[in-house]
Design a protein around this ligand. Structure first.
Ligand SMILES: Nc1nc2c(ncn2[C@@H]2O[C@H](COP(=O)(O)OP(=O)(O)OP(=O)(O)O)[C@@H](O)[C@H]2O)c(=O)[nH]1
Ligand SMILES: [Mg+2]
Length: 240
């Protein structure tokens, strides 16, 4: 709809992850990634006061410092802007997401999808608190009713994006719940999107989730991409 896809099959991969005091998890996450993606670039946008950045640097990651912390969206935005791959994979830096799923995400992008989202919610994961599970189910219902977009998990941190797509629709990085918009926006703009299901394991380290601000942010993002809103003019205005 807004972007002419090049005929070249996307090949190069950037892993973009963000970290706020994840020194207990970072080494395992990076070592697991290396086993799956070899020498692809790994970018860590780090806002930590602990040893996360030093560990990531030692393991050969490209570390971008963002101090003081500017939040989830700002950190990912920075990571996207310095990444170079045709395919951008995101995941939390807390060892909750299965890196073994990355080849499946990559293959789907190479088959022609612009966005592949790794949903944690085929059923309730034992590792997700009940309140979070219920909230995610309510968000999914609202996303369908308000935007007309079917999804089971708009808050998953594990996604694959085709780079050209990510660069060409107007997302707002600096407020809460960017992940919601990075699904609803492309879907509403006519990009080709899909979900796969993954397992979601126990978090290493302390959660940074902000439930109230995140819920408000989610509903704002849903409303931004509501049905019947003229997305073409949104895109034109953003370009102007
Ligand atoms: N650079 C940076 N990273 C952040 C910031 N806030 C959160 N993160 C990271 O963003 C990722 C997602 O945050 P989490 O605390 O895992 O949030 P969540 O996945 O919704 O919650 P859990 O299910 O408890 O893991 C983690 O890797 C955090 O370390 C920030 O302000 N700056
Ligand atoms: Mg997490």
């Amino acid at each position: 709809m807004i972007d002419k896809k090049s005929s070249k099959i996307p090949q190069s991969i950037s892993i973009v992850t963000i970290a706020l005091n994840e020194e207990k998890a970072i080494a395992k996450v990076v070592n697991d990634l290396r086993k799956v993606i070899g020498n692809a670039e790994i970018i860590v946008v780090d806002s930590s006061t602990d040893q996360t950045a030093e560990i990531a640097q030692e393991l050969g990651c490209k570390v971008i410092k963002q101090i003081p912390p500017k939040g989830y969206g700002a950190a990912y935005h920075e990571g996207f802007s310095v990444s170079t791959g045709d395919i951008i994979i995101t995941l939390d830096c807390d060892d909750t997401y299965p890196v073994a799923a990355i080849p499946i995400l990559v293959k789907k992008i190479q088959e022609g999808f612009d966005l592949v989202s790794a949903s944690r919610l085929k059923h309730k994961p034992a590792t997700m608190p009940l309140a979070n599970y219920i909230a995610n189910c309510v968000f999914a219902i609202c996303e369908y009713l308000v935007c007309g977009i079917k999804t089971t998990d708009c808050h998953t941190g594990m996604r694959a994006y085709r780079r050209e797509m990510l660069q060409s629709f107007p997302y707002e990085p600096y407020s809460q719940s960017l992940a919601v918009e990075l699904y609803l926006g492309p879907a509403r703009c006519g990009y080709k999107y899909t979900e796969i299901f993954i397992d979601y394991t126990e978090r290493v380290g302390v959660s940074k989730l902000q439930p109230i601000a995140g819920t408000i942010g989610t509903f704002k993002r849903i409303w931004k991409w509501r049905r019947f809103k003229d997305v073409d003019s949104m895109i034109e205005n953003a370009k102007a």
